[in-house]
Design a protein around this ligand. Structure first.
Ligand code: SF4
Ligand code: MG
Length: 337
């Protein structure tokens, strides 16, 4: 009953003049109340597309979506715009990297939050305004009464981000999807916003999906982790366990490519090569051109796409890789480096 979102075998493709861009393929995951799920990947991994699909934000005329997305039991794939609008904000809301994608530049911030509330509640304007001021206060905006009457351009970047979160949460959604919500902010403000998301999740008991390229952010905030590569999930499990004991060569490579407090920059190894085109992904395992383990595997990585399966030897973990014992393979290789 605590599963808010159930995504099953989701594929999202965009037909273009050059061919079909397969942004997301065969993706399955769940989001649960009171937990933060981080979806991690490089740009072009499909993580944002996977988030937007949950709210039905892709233009159906330009998108082919198959599989199932159930939001509190309600099917999103193929749903009418009317149904989607009802689901958005009451069941699930999304915040983006750029607050101005959600905030109207010429309307007072308090009015925007109040109108989002009025759209779903039969209350007076005064009550809605009061609710807006409360929400601004709740997300840590000082002097909320005065701030409610200001325009977005009168806010700092961090304050705008808070206002967008207030807008997203005003109707108490069961699921909040945050797509790179702190990428544009400086480190201090970033930490404050992440703390805020954690507090709100605890207070409202909602589920949070945090979409990010930043593994440091994941380590700070996530309960569960889904790693995406070239439109597919490649590894999934409890965040702390995946980060301390990665079982997929891509996760391991990602972890090696970021600085950790115990390593100096000289030990960092950027992942060789670049993420593949989603128009013409490599055959077999799409990570094979960059994988340090593929040469030792014969031809299989170049010819056969690995299946999504439970990770051998670990509980609550899944991965997509041909290695017979991926955990041991990675640990042995790590020891040899
Ligand atoms: Fe590397 Fe092969 Fe595993 Fe893909 S299937 S991650 S190429 S070892
Ligand atoms: Mg993105």
């Amino acid at each position: 009953a605590d599963v808010v979102l159930e995504v099953t075998d989701l594929s999202v493709a965009f037909p273009t003049e050059e061919g079909v861009v397969r942004a997301v393929s065969g993706l399955s995951y769940q989001a649960r109340l009171g937990r933060t799920l981080a979806i991690v990947g490089e740009s072009g991994s499909g993580k944002s597309v996977a988030g937007m699909a949950v709210l039905g934000l892709h233009d159906p005329r330009r998108t082919r979506t198959t599989g199932s997305i159930r939001l509190e039991g309600e099917e999103v794939v193929g749903a009418s715009e009317w149904t989607l609008q009802a689901l958005r904000s009451t069941t699930a809301a999304m915040v983006f990297q750029d607050p101005m994608s959600s905030l109207h530049p010429f309307h007072r911030v308090g009015r925007q939050v109040a109108e989002a509330y009025l759209a779903h509640h039969s209350v007076s304007k005064a009550v809605a305004h009061q609710r807006a001021v409360e929400m601004l206060d709740r997300v840590g905006i000082p002097n909320p009464h005065r701030r409610a009457n200001q325009f977005p351009h009168e806010f700092s970047g961090g304050m705008r981000q808070r206002a967008m979160i207030a807008l997203g949460l005003v109707n108490n959604p069961r699921l909040l999807i945050a797509d790179e919500p702190t990428t544009a902010l400086d480190v201090t403000v970033q930490a404050q916003i992440l703390d805020l998301l954690g507090d709100l999740r605890r207070e409202f008991g909602s589920a949070v999906i945090l979409i990010t390229h930043d593994l440091a952010v994941v380590a700070e905030t996530a309960d569960d982790l889904l790693v995406m590569y070239a439109g597919r999930a490649v590894e999934q499990g409890p965040a702390r366990e995946v980060l301390s004991r990665p079982s997929h060569p891509y996760t391991e490579a990602l972890l090696r490519s970021i600085p950790s407090p115990s390593e100096d920059a000289a030990q960092l190894r950027p992942i060789r090569g670049a993420p593949p085109s989603l128009l013409t992904p490599p055959p077999g395992c799409s990570f094979h051109p960059r994988c340090a383990f593929s040469d030792g595997m014969g031809a299989v990585c170049r010819t056969d796409a690995p299946a999504w399966r439970p990770t051998p030897g670990l509980v609550n973990r899944h991965l997509r890789c041909h290695l017979a014992d991926p955990v041991a393979a990675i640990e042995i290789a790590g020891g040899a480096r």
